[in-house]
Design a protein around this ligand. Structure first.
Ligand code: CA
Length: 512
């Protein structure tokens, strides 16, 4: 029996000081896709879009059917995953590309906890948690950033693919920047004499916007925000998957052999703008949105192959998930909606809502745990939230969890051994909150602002609404009036959890 096998059997028990065991700890790889839906991976049964590499993790590991992001948008969701805190306590919302770092430098984080256990840590890919303290000088060292959050190495996009600056930031510095062409970024007004998608629509040679996204045009694609300079540092959209994948490979080639690693790999797919590498164009038959999902699947296959080549696979716990639910038209004319409807592709996997939504598809996301020799192939319907990774992994590596975290230790559930996961959780969408409790969803008064595959608005819910997800997973029939006592109990529980963070009067006012 190897040390790793021994660890697997004893991980749930208490053992000695972490330092004494640090060389036996597993490597941890967390892959977070961007806006990938429950129905976008074939592991959940859909055959309209095939994702064989992601499916392998699901088939040989644990296929969670009730895994959740804490939020239906990126910044809050990633904040929760990395800090173990509910993001609404911080009023975290989608950040512009020049926003200051949203995680306090003194705050406990997942990578800091793992670093304390002896891990070397890295973040590669999508970030979207801000950097600096405001008024960023993109031409110098940008700090605080990923390093202060706990990552020894980082190569990241400051925000999203559709927001400026469209450059990679490696260890706090813009990669490839030339001194005589400094970068300036503004989210308030355009730079004088610089063209935008509005003044010069002919610049949109690659893609046009459908809403928003009408400011600086880069690589023929209009973006959110204004940017000037940095020409040599601009990323190439159709090379991003290869670029980030190569950074991951290089990282795995160069990690120290005597320490376990923690890698947070933020895939940029299938967030807009969707620009697949040429070899993936047309690969899905679903247009660019499907093509970049195939590309993301290739990225997963590539990192798994690399782990195997380096002899790391057996010692690595791999977690694959998405930061929030899916969306079709998210600001560009890329035919995602038309082609999904034509092919009958249900990115939500039968759940209601999607990105931005308090309904189930906003936060119920693909979630798979793979650890050969330690995790048995199975399906789990336990409720597990990404913000529980902190406390659960802390238990695995025998680290203390600080007081006051929202993260709960569900290591047994995470490793498929026993346990039912969370009893309940608060889900968040653009600052609005709802409760998931067992088989029930409690949605407070709410104006649904996402759309389903047919493009129908989800409408207004003017009262507290209860859904039974076991009987009605697509949340079509409220069971509110049939369960007055349960409604009262869950409203009390919701109020106890969210306290002053939820203002009912304000919510009612917004519905008028
Ligand atoms: Ca996202």
């Amino acid at each position: 029996m190897t040390n790793f096998h021994r660890l697997g059997l004893t991980a749930l028990c208490s053992f000695g000081a972490a330092t004494a065991y640090s060389q036996k700890l597993p490597n941890i790889l967390i892959i977070v896709a961007d806006d990938l839906g429950y129905g976008d991976v074939s592991a959940y049964g859909s055959q309209t879009l095939l994702t064989p590499n992601i499916d392998r993790l699901a088939r040989e590991g644990i296929r969670f059917t009730n895994g959740h992001a804490s939020s239906a948008t990126s910044t809050p969701s990633r904040y929760a995953l990395l800090t173990g805190m509910y993001p609404w306590r911080k009023r975290a919302n989608i950040l512009p590309g020049d926003a200051p770092l949203i995680i306090d430098e003194a705050q406990p984080t997942l990578p800091k906890m793992l670093r304390a256990a002896g891990y070397t840590t890295a973040a590669i890919g999508k970030w979207h948690l801000g950097m600096g303290r405001g008024r960023i000088d993109w031409n110098g060292l940008i700090t605080p950033g990923a390093r202060e959050v706990g990552f020894d190495y980082s190569c990241i996009l400051s925000a999203t693919v559709d927001r400026v600056p469209t450059v990679y930031v490696e260890n706090g510095r813009v990669l490839g920047l030339e001194a005589d062409d400094p970068i300036a970024v503004s989210y308030s007004k355009p730079f004088e004499s610089e063209p935008t998608a509005v003044t010069n629509p002919e610049l949109m040679t690659r893609m046009r916007y459908s809403h928003g996204h009408n400011q600086t045009v880069i690589n023929g694609i209009p973006r959110i925000g204004y940017m000037r300079g940095g020409k040599a540092a601009l990323w190439k959209d159709d090379e991003m998957a290869d670029f980030l994948s190569a950074k991951v490979s290089t990282y795995l080639d160069t990690i120290p052999k005597d320490r376990p690693f923690f890698l947070y790999y933020g895939l940029h797919e299938p967030h807009v703008p969707r620009v697949p590498a040429p070899r993936f164009q047309g690969a899905s038959g679903l247009g660019v949105r499907g093509d970049v999902v195939v590309e993301a699947d290739w990225c997963v296959g590539t990192v798994m192959k690399k782990l195997e080549e380096r002899g790391l696979l057996a010692n690595t716990l791999v977690i694959f998930t998405s930061d929030n639910g899916p969306v079709l038209d998210d600001g560009y004319q890329d035919e995602a909606r038309e082609l999904a409807i034509a092919a009958g592709h249900d990115m939500n996997g039968g759940y209601r809502g999607g990105k931005y939504s308090l309904f189930e598809a906003g936060t119920r996301v693909p979630f798979f745990v793979y650890w050969p020799g330690h995790v048995k192939a199975q399906t789990s319907d336990a409720l597990f939230s990404q913000h529980d990774l902190y406390a659960s992994l802390a238990a695995l590596v025998h680290q203390e969890v600080p007081q006051g975290l929202d993260s709960e230790n569900h290591l047994a559930t995470l490793l498929g051994r026993k346990g039912k996961g969370r009893k309940d959780m608060v889900v968040e969408a653009s600052g609005r909150l709802a409760l998931r409790s067992g088989r029930y969803a409690l949605v407070p008064p709410y104006r649904g602002d996402s759309t389903n595959i047919t493009g129908n608005e989800l409408g207004v819910v003017g009262h507290y609404t209860l859904y039974d997800l076991d009987a009605d997973p697509s949340q079509q029939q409220e069971v509110t009036s049939r369960n007055p006592r349960l409604l009262r109990k869950l409203r009390e529980r919701f109020r106890a959890l969210v306290g002053n963070y939820y203002n009912e009067d304000q919510q009612q006012e917004q519905l008028k």
